[in-house]
Design a protein around this ligand. Structure first.
Ligand code: HEC
Length: 473
C-alpha cells in the first residue's frame, strides 16, 4: 500500500499525469445521458481496432501495382488468419461509418453542437471527412478493377474543379495514367498521412469533449443562453452529476465490447469483401461498384442527367461540407430539444430516406449494362425461324439485351422494350437505332440492312396482346 503510494507520487512528480487522469476519472458527467451517448467512445474503440488490423495487413501487403493484387490474394487465401484480418478491417471500417452516422445524428438531433460545443462539432465534421477519405483510399489500395474505377471517378470529379482541376486530377493519379505511382500515393495517404491526421483530430475532439463536458439531455423549453449556460451547467453537475468512473465508463465499455464482438463475428462468419478482377486500366469495368457506404454517391452521379453531372461532381462534396460546417453558425443557442426544432427534424426526415433510396438504387445499379443477361428464348420470341427470329438473334448478339429488357430478360440501362411497338412506329424505332440517342449507341454503321430489317420485324411484334371490344361478356 505504502509502496503503491510512493510509486504514484514518483510518477506524479516526474510526469504530472496522475492528477490529470485522476481528475478525468472523478469528474462528474451530466446526469441522464445513458445509452444514447455511447457512440462516440465506441468510435474510438473501432478506430483502435482498425489500427491493429491495419498493421496486421501491412505486414504482408505489397504496395506496388504489380504486387498488390497478388499479395491480397495471398492474404485472403493462404496466409493464416489472413481472411479473418481482411474481414476485420473491412467490417471495422463499415462499423465506423455506421457509428459515425448514428453519432452525428444524435448530436444533431439533440442540439449538442450548440454553445459552448461549436468546436466539438467542427472537429467532428473534419473527422467525418477524414474517415470518408480513409474509407475511399482503403478501397483503392485493394487494387482490383473496382479500385481503378474508383480512382478514375475521383480524378474525373477533381478535374471538374475550375482552374486547378487538371492539376488536381494529376495530383490524385500521380501523373497522367493510373499505375504504380497512383498506388504509392494513395497507399501513403491510407497508412501514414490520414491516420496521423485522424489520430490528431480524435485527440483534439476528445480534449474538447472533456473540456466542455458532455451536453445534458435536452429538455423542451430549456434554452441555451451563452451568458448563463456555463454557470447553470456547472451548478447542475455539482448537484446531480454522475461519476464518470465507473458509471459512464462502464456503459461505454459494455457497448464497445458489443461493437468489437459484432466486427469479429462478421469477420469470422462473412469474411472480407471479394476481390474484383485484377486491375486493368485499359478494360472498362462492366460492374464497377464501390463499398456499400458510397452507393448513394455512386447512384447520385450515375443517375444525374449528363448535362448536370459536371456541376454536381464538384458541388456535391462542396455543398455537403459547407452545410455541415455551418450548422453551429446558423444556430448555436436557443432550444435543443428536437420537439422544438421542427426544421432540424425535417432535414433529417428528408435526408435519411433520400440517402436510403439512393443506396438501394446504388445496390441495384440498373444503369450498368448486364453483359451476363440470359438471351431471349424461342418461346419468348414466338418463332424459331424467319425474319422475326433472326431479328431477335440480332437483339441478343448485338448487345441490345445488355441495356434493354424484354419480358424480364436483359439489362435496365435503357427503356424497357417489352411493348415498344405500342409506343414507337417502325420509322421512329429506325431513327433511334440508326442514330442513337444520349446513352444509346449508334448502330447505323454496325448493322447490315438485312439485320436492321429483321430487328425491326422483331421489335414490331412487341405489342401488348390487346383484346377486342366485346370479348369480355
Ligand atoms: C449501352 C446501352 C444500350 C445498348 C447496347 C442499346 N441501347 Fe437502345 N437505348 C439505350 C438508352 C439509354 C436509351 C434511351 C435513350 C434516351 O432517350 O435517353 C435507348 C433507347 C432505345 C430505343 C427507344 C426507346 C424508347 O422508349 O424511346 C430503342 C427502340 C432502342 N434503344 C433499341 C435498341 C436496339 C435495337 C439495340 C441493339 C441494336 C439497342 N437499343 C442497344 C441504351 C442502349
Amino acid at each position: 500500500m505504502k509502496q503503491r503510494k510512493k510509486l504514484l507520487q514518483w510518477l506524479e512528480d516526474r510526469t504530472g499525469l496522475v492528477k490529470v487522469i485522476e481528475e478525468i476519472a472523478i469528474h462528474p458527467a451530466a446526469p441522464g445521458v445513458k445509452w444514447k451517448y455511447v457512440f462516440g467512445s465506441a468510435l474510438l474503440t473501432a478506430f483502435i481496432m482498425q489500427v491493429v488490423s491495419g498493421i496486421g495487413l501491412l505486414t504482408t501487403y505489397v504496395p506496388s501495382a504489380g504486387g498488390a493484387y497478388q499479395s491480397l490474394q495471398y492474404i485472403t487465401h493462404k496466409a493464416p488468419l489472413g481472411a479473418f484480418l481482411r474481414g476485420m478491417h473491412y467490417w471495422g471500417a463499415s462499423m465506423m461509418i455506421v457509428l459515425i452516422a448514428i453519432h452525428v445524428l444524435r448530436v444533431f438531433l439533440m442540439g449538442s453542437f450548440k454553445f459552448p460545443r461549436e468546436m466539438n462539432w467542427t472537429t467532428g465534421v473534419l473527422l467525418l471527412a477524414t474517415t470518408g477519405a480513409m474509407a475511399f483510399c482503403g478501397q483503392i489500395v485493394r487494387w482490383d478493377q473496382n479500385a481503378v474505377f474508383g480512382i478514375v471517378a475521383a480524378s474525373k470529379m477533381a478535374a471538374h474543379v475550375p482552374l486547378i482541376g487538371l492539376w488536381l486530377a494529376r495530383l490524385i493519379i500521380g501523373g497522367n495514367v493510373v499505375g504504380t505511382y497512383t498506388l504509392s500515393r494513395i497507399f501513403a495517404l491510407h497508412v501514414i498521412f490520414l491516420p496521423i491526421l485522424l489520430a490528431s483530430l480524435i485527440g483534439l475532439h476528445v480534449y474538447l469533449v472533456l473540456r466542455n463536458g458532455v451536453s445534458e439531455p435536452p429538455v423542451p423549453g430549456r434554452k441555451v443562453d451563452p451568458a448563463t449556460y456555463r454557470s447553470e451547467y456547472h451548478d447542475m453537475l455539482r448537484k446531480e452529476g454522475v461519476p464518470f468512473w465507473p458509471t459512464v465508463v462502464l456503459r461505454d465499455f459494455v457497448f464497445a465490447l458489443c461493437v468489437v464482438s459484432v466486427v469479429l463475428l462478421l469477420a469470422w462468419l462473412v469474411g472480407p469483401v471479394k476481390l474484383d478482377n485484377p486491375p486493368n486500366p485499359s478494360l472498362i469495368n462492366a460492374h464497377p461498384r464501390p463499398d456499400w457506404y458510397f452507393w448513394w454517391l455512386f447512384a447520385l452521379l450515375a443517375l444525374l442527367p449528363h448535362s448536370l453531372e459536371n456541376y454536381f461532381m464538384v458541388l456535391t462534396p462542396l455543398v455537403i461540407g459547407l452545410v455541415l460546417f455551418s450548422v453551429p453558425l446558423v444556430s448555436n443557442r436557443g432550444e435543443r430539444h428536437p420537439a422544438r426544432r421542427p426544421l432540424a427534424v425535417a432535414v433529417v426526415v428528408f435526408l435519411l430516406p433520400a440517402i436510403a433510396a439512393l443506396t438501394v438504387a446504388g445496390w441495384h445499379e440498373n444503369w450498368s449494362p448486364r453483359i451476363d443477361a440470359a438471351p431471349l428464348t424461342a418461346s419468348l420470341i414466338g418463332a424459331s425461324s424467319g425474319p422475326v427470329y433472326e431479328g431477335a438473334m440480332v437483339f441478343n448478339r448485338m448487345g441490345c439485351l445488355f441495356c434493354h429488357t424484354i419480358e424480364g430478360h436483359g439489362g435496365k440501362r435503357g427503356p424497357n422494350l417489352t411493348w415498344i411497338a405500342d409506343k414507337l412506329t417502325r420509322g421512329q424505332m429506325t431513327l433511334r437505332i440508326m442514330n442513337g440517342v444520349y446513352n444509346m449507341p449508334v448502330f447505323g454503321r454496325i448493322l447490315s440492312t438485312e439485320q436492321t430489317e429483321n430487328l425491326l420485324d422483331f421489335l414490331a411484334t412487341r405489342k401488348k396482346p390487346g383484346f377486342v371490344m366485346g370479348d369480355q361478356q
